[in-house]
Write a protein that binds this ligand. Structure first.
Ligand code: XUL
Length: 525
């Protein structure tokens, strides 16, 4: 009877999912979250991030993530002592692309954690950059073009790394840091992804980057899963020695550091390499075979799907990663996800129940009213200067605006994800807004696909727990295949199935074309 822990360090919270696996039963013991704004207010974040006057710059304190880890593990150990005593392995998932900059002494500190002191107090001085850029940062357009040019063009960068240069990707972020603060860059000994920094804290030793999250850097050769020298050279001076190793997603980094064993009375459980939230979500949604899409409605709205053979998007809308199950996965990200829905909710003084009622009170197609929901700079399509556009939509009409944002988000997703999946007859919805039946019906009608809801509230944390189990089984010489790993955990909930309605599908077939035109006009006025 083994217990596995999956952690998800997302934009706004740290979630833990604890699972138990026995020969004839497998189940989730508990899923719980620490919310940065609410539970760690001293860091002054809003929705987990720190913004500046420039809307393109979005940062977060890495010491906050360390404190969150300390608290979540201590809480679990206190609340579930018998289960945590049987912990066999722990893995995790993290918001993608964000980077953590350690000094030489900071790296050394990882191996010397003292269990009588808090983790935050010990790592507070470890960073050459006290605020990390996260995936919402879009301040590196210049660096994107410089890197593309230096490697022989955007198409060549995409062929080798899976993506054109994107502002949030780690390579352009590192380049911007090296240019803006060369002194602090010179004092940086190691640059981790959030997904390699967190397991380094757990193991008390430097963890590798896995190919799934490594694909989100514009630095990794997708075919060989090694650093691509041309991109490394093009990004920043002397970058190679500052990068961690890339190792398979099932790598055992080491046992839990003495810090955790002594402080929380935990066994020497295996620390497994972490990955990005989207690669972990793929597993937590049960998408271990090609042909379906999963859509996560979270801080970002993100569509993901497994790909057996590499298919790139020519215009560089989405990108392709190595999947932690092997093979590839496509990803298309929309930055204006849950925060944009919340902006509309708050603007009209609604709560979520009133938001749903307003959504249901308007017909599919919203009588032709459209919204391009670009509250923040948008990733898909690329919008540098934010600004909401309303077409045939009265800004004072609350229900019309509610319907318009949900329909706009779904139409943008349907239009921009056609490149990813051969068959989108079934979509697995996850994330906070997947708890809203009205929203899922709009998704079904717009995509003309059946929408099912994944059972896990947090599919990334569940995917991380399942990866911990898979890696542990592999390490002890009893490998299990992915179909087996996800069985019993990821089957959709029977009462949460939404079939497309023929009348609405017809309305949206037309409206999706109008939406695409409206987007083009707005982008190219
Ligand atoms: C993926 C991306 C987002 C973050 C959100 O490319 O930027 O989905 O991973 O946590």
């Amino acid at each position: 009877m083994a217990v596995y822990l999956g952690l998800d360090a997302s934009t706004q919270s740290l979630t833990a999912t604890l699972i138990e696996v026995t020969p004839d039963d497998r189940h989730v013991i508990v899923e719980e979250s620490l919310v940065y704004d609410r539970d760690l207010p001293a860091y002054g974040t809003s929705h987990g991030v720190i913004r500046q006057d420039d809307p393109a710059i979005v940062l977060a304190p890495p010491v906050m993530w360390a404190e969150a880890l300390d608290r979540v593990i201590a809480n679990l150990a206190a609340a579930y002592p018998t289960e945590m005593a049987r912990l066999a392995a722990v893995s995790g998932s993290a918001q993608q692309h964000g980077s953590v900059y350690l000094t030489r002494r900071g790296v050394a500190r990882l191996a010397m954690l003292n269990s009588r002191l808090t983790l935050a107090s010990q790592v507070a001085g470890a960073f050459s950059r006290p605020l990390s850029p996260v995936w919402m940062d879009s301040s590196t357009t210049v660096e994107c073009r410089e890197i593309e040019q230096a490697v022989g063009g955007a198409a060549r960068l995409a062929e080798r790394t899976g993506a054109h240069a994107f502002e949030r990707f780690t390579g352009p972020q590192i380049r911007a840091f090296a240019k803006r603060d060369p002194h602090a860059y010179a004092g940086t000994s190691r640059i981790h992804l959030i997904s390699s920094f967190m397991p380094s804290l757990l193991a008390g030793a430097e963890a590798p980057i896995d190919p799934g999250d490594g694909s989100g850097m514009n630095l990794m050769d997708l075919a060989t899963k090694t650093w691509w020298n041309d991109a490394v050279q093009a990004t920043a001076p002397d970058l190679a020695p500052r990068l961690p190793r890339i190792q398979p997603s099932w790598t055992v980094v080491g046992p839990l550091a003495p810090y955790w064993q002594e402080r929380c009375r935990l066994p020497p459980a295996k620390v497994i390499a972490w990955s990005g939230d989207n690669p972990c979500s793929l597993i937590g949604s049960g998408l271990v075979r090609e042909g379906r899409l999963a859509i996560s409605l979270g801080t970002s709205d993100t569509a993901i799907g497994l790909m057996r053979t590499l298919r790139l998007h020519e215009a560089g809308i989405g990108y392709v990663s190595a999947s932690p199950t092997d093979g590839y996965m496509g990803t298309t990200v929309f930055k204006n996800g849950s925060l944009a829905r919340e902006r509309v909710r708050d603007q009209y003084g609604l709560d979520w129940a009133a938001f749903s009622a307003a959504l249901a009170s308007r017909p599919p197609g919203n009588r032709g009213a459209l919204m391009l929901p670009w509250f923040d700079p948008e990733i898909t399509p690329h919008v540098a200067i934010p600004g909401v556009r309303r077409i045939d939509l009265d800004a004072a009409d609350a229900p019309a605006n509610v319907r318009a944002i949900v329909e706009g988000q779904m139409m943008a997703m349907a239009n921009h994800t056609r490149w990813m999946a051969a068959d989108t007859s079934v979509i697995h919805a996850t994330g906070g807004a997947a708890g809203n039946r009205q929203v899922l019906q709009v998704m079904a009608d717009v995509f003309n696909a059946e929408v099912v809801r994944s059972r896990a509230r947090n599919s990334a944390a569940l995917g991380a727990a399942l990866r911990a189990w898979h890696a542990d089984a592999r390490a002890v010489g009893r490998p299990i295949d992915w179909d087996d790993v996800v069985t019993g955990f990821t089957e959709p909930e029977p009462e949460w199935r939404f079939r497309p309605r023929a009348d609405a599908v017809r309305v949206y077939a037309d409206l999706r074309r109008r939406y695409a035109e409206a987007e083009e006009n707005a982008l190219d006025p």
